[in-house]
Design a protein around this ligand. Sequence first.
Ligand SMILES: [Zn+2]
Length: 271
Amino acid sequence: MTMGAVAIRLDDIHGRTPVELLHCLARELWRGKPVTYAAIPYAAPLSLGPTATTAERPGPRSARRDGPVLELLHAVRREGSDIALHGLTHADHKSSAGPAVPELVAIRPRRAEALISALDTWRDEFGTRVLVPPHNAIDLDFAQSLVARGYVVSRSITDGEVAELGLDTTPDGRAASKLIPPNGRPSSRSQYFQTISVSRRYIDTSKRTPTGTAGTLLRAASEAGNATLTLHWWDFVPRSGSGHVWAYVSELLLLLSQGAELVPISTFDAG
Ligand SMILES: [Zn+2]
């Protein structure tokens, strides 16, 4: 088996994310490994759910306003991590059809322009090359237009894309689709799929051990060339039961570092 690359993606960073938790994660879990920090420029109140909201610290919501989170983002970038843009506000919006959809789905021209402008600003400020759409969902034509501008999109594979590969959209079919290298997939240059999101709920309900989870990621890395593990900072907030999340992820990262090269997502394109 050839060694592929695995990216660790940490989602939902904004100005009110407890910075001491981010420092603690860097010290105890990442231990010098590069991480792709997916940060929100103008996080809307309550857009991340109750666990994140109750853990927020006072201060500006924007990840780009002066403050300890901004300092941390500059520091980790200097050490080789990626700063990815994670939408604009992370809030869902009402579509004309009725139900609310993720921010970059059914996107209107004004929002598209604002997103491109934010990406360009972040590229100048943080060297940003990667967009992580909120909820991993984005209008596919818009995603292609960002690729044409030189950006990389890290998202979920859609059921339509799974079907285009001749696979069914069951969990098994979706898992098989992620083993196909990017050049074997239709229209997905510079678009890379999340392989697994490991959350507290995943750990509690999937019954998969760190060894099993690492096996899935390493197989995708080996066969497709790269794999992406998504984590959320708020799963690590100290509270009842968070200790086993730390222990699980710690073991998982050890196994990944033994079987793959750990890299930021921006380097996938070079592979
Ligand atoms: Zn998010």
